[in-house]
Design a protein around this ligand. Structure first.
Ligand SMILES: [Cu+2]
Length: 117
């Protein structure tokens, strides 16, 4: 019985000792980052919401092989990118003022709106 208690205390000690370290070791997620998948003719989410005044990181994951999904264009910020298939592609936007920033494919068929608040 005493051995069990000591064993239990040892486990609790080990957990508390290592828990904060292991969680700190994880790479900190940038809070102004957004994952957008391109699939079956839509951007998901279609209206991502991000913070104003800080640079914005958009990670596109294009699962849609159709040529239509090849490019994504943000007219208002003059940013465009060719998206690889099944590979995360990171797009950096400068700090933006609050507002709606539409984005679309090169044929204007797939549409989304980045909402900056
Ligand atoms: Cu298109």
């Amino acid at each position: 019985m005493l051995v069990n208690i000591i064993g239990l205390l040892a486990i609790v000690f080990v957990v508390f000792w290592f828990w904060p370290r292991s969680s700190n070791a994880r790479p900190a997620a940038k809070d102004n980052e957004q994952l957008i998948t391109v699939n079956d003719g839509v951007y998901e989410p279609e209206q991502p919401v991000r913070k104003a005044g800080e640079s914005i990181t958009l990670t596109f994951l294009r699962k849609d092989a159709s040529a239509c999904a090849q490019w994504v264009l943000f007219d208002d910020v003059d940013v465009s990118a060719e998206l690889p298939i099944n590979k995360a592609f990171t797009l950096q936007l400068p700090p933006l003022k609050p507002g709606n920033y539409p984005f679309h494919c090169q044929m204007n068929m797939y549409r989304g709106t980045l909402v900056v608040k």
